[in-house]
Write a protein that binds this ligand. Sequence first.
Ligand code: GDP
Length: 466
Amino acid sequence: MLVNDTIVALSTPPGQGAIGVIRLSGPKAIAITDVFFKGRNLTKVEANTVHYGKIEDEQGKVIDECVATIFRAPKSYTREDVIELSCHGSPYILEQVIQICLRGGARMANRGEFTMRAFLNGQLDLSQAEAVADLIASENEASHDLAIRQMRGGFSDQIKELRQELIDFAALIELELDFGEEDVEFADRGKLEALVEKIKGVIKELLDSFHLGNVIKNGVATVIAGRPNAGKSTLLNSLLNENRAIVSDIAGTTRDTIEERLNINGIQFRLIDTAGIREAQDSIEKFGVERTLEKIGSSTVVVYMFDVISTKPEALWADVERFLNASKVLTANATRIFVANKMDLNPYTQPEDYYKEGMISKDNLLPVSALNKMNIEALKEMLYLAVVDNPASMDQTIVTNSRHFDALNKAFESLDAVLNGLRSGITGDFVAMDIRQALHQLGLITGEIHTDDLLDSIFTRFCIGK
Ligand code: GDP
């Protein structure tokens, strides 16, 4: 991988803006800029300083007036010499300046290449670099918090430490192997077993956190279902209140499903009001319903709403039964919350009347009045607790990245094999093989082990100029 050339890119979003920032990084960043930047000799200025000057093309034509910020290696984002030119945000100007840089010897940066250099130069480990992309993509408080935590180290340090301990053991076992036929044992099997148990414990916790991490990063798909007139739209309005900002079609679907976002304590719930499912109540076989259900198959929470005026308990149970049958995909792992609506009109029905063994109980039934906003806050609390069993877990280490999850899973399996091997007394070479496999997987997370393909797949997710 070539990292000794100088790269350039626009680091602010394309299009017109007040300011556009062009970034250069590499050994010639300062020399290249110095040729067209008039006002200061940039090769002479100190690091971490800012300078005003003009940008002139090769014919001496003034392209812009701008401000240049100088960072010198290794004290920069990439640990190389870096220059950031804050120009006027005209696409024409920015294009001209980039062209001058290219003619001056810079190369157009690939996606994420600045961050990749930061990684290759040891500024960040791989999981921290990935957190940079997550940070830029974060849309809400909780996902932002997680990205910041991971970028500042997160669980990398813990993984690196455990991995090092395992490496030390592996070295001893490899040493035994060198002695071939001789029956020597340098690595204390009891201690190794304890270490492997410890690492497995840590990995297990991280694996368990992934569900929550995923929820925080991607939001919680939440379906609001129930017969027409149950009050679903009214509930949606009450939940969203004035915050009814983002309305969007789910990619790939038509007008069948509309998605709105509700933020509860930093967790984003994607509320899906489904025409498709509404019809499914009456004609389950109807074409398209299955497809709609599959689209939201990953749905985490189903809010099933009925009104207490027109719904007798027996009718509700039958409806729910039919709904569950029709939406097996959807409801397999989803948490179900039953909402008894229009309580304001009905002082007679008791919520208990609707309880049914294995289906509805006081734990998942909430009486509300969507219209009068009665118990709406309680519903929000119920939604939140449906995905965050223990609010304290929000402060613990949480895995959000499926690549990390995958590697942790494989490491866990290999460690299991190590343990089984140790317990059944198999020979050192097999134990060593499984340890190496676990080390490999753990190393992939932090990037202590990486391939060009892996880096490519990670950094192409970045924007240009980052
Ligand atoms: P949807 O078809 O399930 O979306 O039901 P809507 O939200 O359109 O509500 C149907 C009717 O019930 C409307 O006239 C609402 O004003 C009314 N409604 C909804 N929730 C309540 C409630 O809690 N109390 C009362 N009294 N009326 C409600």
